[in-house]
Design a protein around this ligand. Sequence first.
Ligand code: FES
Length: 187
Amino acid sequence: MVIPLLGWLSFIQAGKLVERMASVLGWFKGVRMDLGQAPAEELNAVYTIIPMSLGVLDGILSAVFVARFIRRLYRNRHGVARINYPEGKVMSGAVGPTILEFIQTAGIPHASVCGGLGRCPTCRVQIARRLAEVDKPSEHEAKALGRISAPNGVRLACQVRPRRDITIVPLLLSTATARDGRLPGGL
Ligand code: FES
């Protein structure tokens, strides 16, 4: 994604430079005269390079999107899940562990008063993206969520085993107590 972005930034920079030069009286006229005197082969080269550059840019952008698509297919097929966490933190690994285990492996502080038994429920998170990719709550988890009237999308990090890429937002501070866990809502 960086290469096309740099390309666009250079393009904008070049536009600003031309704008500055064009503000000098007579500059544009001079350019037209120079163009008029330029040898035909040089002009042809310029007119060939412009569509070529646009084609290359197009190709790079398409390649980036295709690469991202292939990467997602690969992940889904080979059982790799990725969890996007606030502040740009990303955790990824083989499918199997719970969200809480992913978080703990990454060394991110996260409340889990009952130690992952699905009771407290201080580990709860909001699944902010791709909720449909997550398995429905078990009876045990649903009961715990029901006790705090959890709205749609709120799940227990210690009970969900992501099989696809998801985005989550923790709902309680990592220092939350059992009492905080019993209160509806979060943070
Ligand atoms: S750690 Fe207690 S419910 Fe998840």
